[in-house]
Design a protein around this ligand. Structure first.
Ligand SMILES: Cc1ncc(C[n+]2csc(CCOP(=O)(O)OP(=O)(O)O)c2C)c(N)n1
Length: 282
C-alpha cells in the first residue's frame, strides 16, 4: 500500500477497497465530471483509470495529510488533458473532498480542465502542452539522484504525445544520466485526438523504440492490475524504466471504446445515463 496506513484510516478512506474497486470509482467520477463540466477528454481519462488506480493504491508513497512531504514519490500526468482521473484519485485517497470533483471547470473552482498544481494538493505540475511533463519528471529524478533522495518519479504520457520531439530528448537525457529512479508509463491506446496513431505518425513498435534509447522496457496489459503492479513496483538499477501499457481509449463504456468521437464529446442525456449504468454494473 502506497499511502501511509494511519492517515488513510484517519481520513476514513475504506482500507478494504481494492485497486480494481478504486479504478471503477475513478471511471464513474470521470464520466460524471465530464457531464457536469461539459469538458471533453472523457475517453482519454477512462483509458488511464487502471494505471492511476494501481499507482495510488499499490505504488506511490504519499501522505494526503502532508501533500508536500519531502520523501513523497513524484507523479506527473504529462497527458494533462486526462486530469479528471487524477483529481478523482486524489479525492478518493484523501487529498481533498470527493464532493468537490463535480465543480471542475465551474466558475471559482480550483479544478481546471487541464491538470493544475495551483491550490490543488497532491498535484506536482500543471501540464496540458504535450511533451513537457515528462521533461520535468526527468529533472525531478535527476534532483533525487544528485541529492541522494530515495523518492521515485513516475510520469504518464500518451502515445500520441510520443510524437513530440521533446519526449525523445528526455529519453536520451534520462539514459545518459542513468536515471533508474524514473519510470515512464506510456498509455498506448493507439489513438490520439483526431485519428489513430498509425495513420498520423506510425511508431511501428513503441516498445522497441524506448529499448533502442537504452531504457528497460516492460509491456503490460494496461487494464490488468497484477501486471501493472508488478511493472510499476519494479525499480530500475541504472536504466530508466518504460512501462508500455496497452490500453483501450474509453475503457469501460462500450460505446466510447475506440471511438474517436469521445475524445472531444461530453456525455449528456441518454449517453450519460447509459455510461453510468454500464459502469455501475461492473
Ligand atoms: C503540444 C500540444 N499539441 C497539441 C495539443 C492538443 N491535444 C490535446 S490532446 C491531444 C491528443 C493526444 O493524444 P495522446 O497523447 O495519444 O492522448 P489520448 O489519445 O490518450 O488522449 C492533442 C493533440 C496539446 N495539448 N499540446
Amino acid at each position: 500500500m502506497g499511502i501511509r496506513e494511519c492517515t488513510v484510516e484517519k481520513l476514513g478512506v475504506k482500507k478494504t477497497m481494492t485497486s480494481k474497486e478504486l479504478a471503477n470509482r475513478l471511471r464513474v467520477h470521470t464520466v460524471e465530471m465530464a457531464h457536469y463540466s461539459k469538458e471533453s477528454h472523457v475517453a482519454s481519462a477512462l483509458s488511464i483509470c487502471d494505471i492511476v488506480a494501481v499507482l495510488y493504491h499499490d505504488v506511490l508513497r504519499k501522505d494526503p495529510m502532508d501533500a508536500k512531504w519531502e520523501e513523497r514519490d513524484r507523479f506527473i500526468l504529462s497527458k494533462g488533458h486526462a486530469c479528471s482521473t487524477v483529481y478523482a484519485a486524489l479525492a478518493e485517497t484523501g487529498f481533498f473532498s470527493v464532493d468537490e470533483l463535480n465543480t471542475q471547470c465551474q466558475d471559482g473552482s480550483r479544478l481546471s480542465g487541464h491538470i493544475t498544481y495551483k491550490n490543488v494538493p497532491g498535484v506536482e505540475l500543471s501540464t496540458g502542452s504535450l511533451g513537457h511533463g515528462c521533461c520535468v519528471a526527468a529533472g525531478m529524478a535527476l534532483n533525487a539522484k544528485l541529492k541522494g533522495k530515495k523518492y521515485r518519479t513516475f510520469v504518464l504520457v500518451g502515445d500520441g504525445e510520443c510524437d513530440e520531439g521533446s519526449v525523445w530528448e528526455m529519453a536520451l537525457f534520462a539514459h545518459q544520466y542513468k536515471l533508474g529512479n524514473l519510470t515512464v508509463v506510456v498509455d498506448h491506446n493507439k489513438m490520439q485526438a483526431m485519428g489513430f496513431c498509425k495513420d498520423i505518425a506510425d511508431h511501428v513498435n513503441l516498445a522497441d523504440k524506448w529499448q533502442a534509447f537504452g531504457w528497460e522496457v516492460i509491456e503490460v496489459d494496461g487494464h490488468d492490475h497484477g501486471q501493472l503492479s508488478m511493472a510499476l513496483n519494479k525499480r530500475g538499477t541504472e536504466k530508466p524504466v518504460c512501462v508500455v501499457a496497452h490500453t483501450i481509449k474509453g475503457k469501460g463504456v462500450t460505446f466510447m471504446e475506440n471511438n474517436l468521437l469521445w475524445h472531444y464529446r461530453d456525455p449528456q442525456g441518454e449517453d450519460y445515463e447509459n455510461a453510468l449504468r454500464e459502469l455501475r454494473a461492473q
